[in-house]
Design a protein around this ligand. Structure first.
Ligand code: ADP
Length: 365
């Protein structure tokens, strides 16, 4: 990422120290976006809607214990580098802070342009490497899971269906043969769908940030809806969108994929006679916030975060067909756009997925 694209968070309750830190950062990175938080709770709230490249956190702040807050930040943003700033006498706390999840620390007395720049560069390099390692580890785990579970089940079904077909061939029961051929085809289709979903997931690459351009969101939404024509017809669904959708800097193919997944889920996980999906947006200053709202079956509150994990499903294939890769793909797409994705839902009363896209996304990594 170029230095100009940096997005930093400063958390410090002392007005003077915070302003001084902002001045130092602006001196090093004149066009960096700097947000300020007055407590660790503010910092946690700010990072909920923003993906910061680095957070600089004062050790002494009122409210929630800063080390506890750091653990929360580390858990929710495992790849966001956290630099802790310590005052005189706080140095001993450093080892505790590393255990809590900081990437590095800097005593206030040592804050100079050079030291701060060196430490920010170094924690960012470490975070980028760690992200790559984690992504590769996750990809390997996913493949292992797919091979040992998701592909094995339909493949062994196909084998047993074929054994049944053999039996019915001997009996000459054409109807049964036709039925088992159909089951067999469905199982093979499920394998194909899994492979397709997985290859889409794997094709989303950091490098695609280079292929970002200003795109009319209405064109993206229209294209995404077009992909759902069959489901819309079959379920007599209505998919609508706000008329004045903005121009947004993004990777068009990826955002189409994201809308496709959210719209198709809105129609699929829906028992209404007329499933309705509506796409809206809000201008949130330095980011656009989009929403995809449905009148479907809803998602229990306790699953609102875990549902974005790979293979996370709340239903089995008998009730609703799926792979559990769709929302993980959405999350990966949004992470690569440096935005956030979350949902609000009431069981039985529909779900709204929200995602943000920064107005100015870095063009280079
Ligand atoms: P898939 O639909 O292939 O199972 P997803 O990752 O898209 O995979 O979704 C994961 C799970 O989240 C689904 O299995 C379903 O239980 C739940 N889900 C996703 N979208 C919705 C929605 N709009 N309404 C209700 N449940 C949903």
């Amino acid at each position: 990422m170029s230095e100009n694209d940096l997005k930093l968070l400063i958390a410090d309750d002392d007005d003077g120290d915070r302003k001084q830190m902002r001045r130092t950062i602006k001196h090093i990175y004149p066009t960096a976006l700097v947000e300020e938080a007055l407590s660790i709770d503010d910092a946690i709230a700010a990072s909920r809607n923003n993906e910061f490249d680095c957070a600089i956190i004062d050790y002494r702040m009122p409210g929630t214990n800063v080390l506890d807050g750091i653990k929360i930040l580390q858990k929710s943003h495992p790849h966001m580098p956290l630099i802790m700033v310590t005052g005189q006498g706080d140095e001993l706390i450093a080892s505790e802070a590393f255990k809590a999840g900081i990437s590095d620390y800097l005593p206030k007395s040592m804050i100079t342009h050079e030291n701060l720049q060196r430490i920010i560069t170094s924690v960012q390099e470490k975070a980028t490497l760690q992200r790559k390692v984690d992504e590769q580890r996750e990809a390997l785990t996913n493949y292992a899971h797919i091979l040992s579970h998701d592909l094995r089940a339909p493949a062994s079904q196909i084998i047993s269906f074929h054994e049944m077909i053999n039996t019915y061939v001997e009996n000459g029961d054409k109807e049964k043969i036709k039925a088992y051929l159909r089951y067999s085809k469905d199982a093979a289709q499920h394998i194909m769908d899994l492979i397709e979903a997985l290859s889409i997931y794997n094709s989303i690459d950091d490098q695609d940030c280079i292929h970002m351009a200003y795109e009319a969101m209405s064109d993206i939404v229209i294209d995404s809806i077009r992909f759902q024509n069959q489901a819309i017809k079959e379920r007599k669904a209505s998919v609508t969108y706000e008329k004045n959708l903005p121009q947004v800097k993004c990777n068009k193919a990826q955002i189409i994929q994201l809308f496709r997944n959210l719209i198709s889920n809105g129609i699929k996980y829906n028992k209404e006679a007329m499933p309705c999906v509506h796409i809206d947006f809000e201008d949130k200053g330095n980011l656009w916030q989009f929403s995809v709202k449905d009148n479907g079956i809803g998602i229990p509150k306790e699953n609102a975060d875990s549902i974005f994990k790979m293979f996370s499903r709340l239903h089995n294939n008998e009730d609703y067909e799926g792979s559990g890769i769709g929302l993980a793909t959405c999350k990966k797409i949004i992470q690569h756009h440096k935005g956030s994705i979350w949902l609000a839902s009431k069981e039985g009363r529909g779900t709204t997925f929200f995602f943000t896209l920064p107005k100015d996304i870095p063009t280079q990594k």
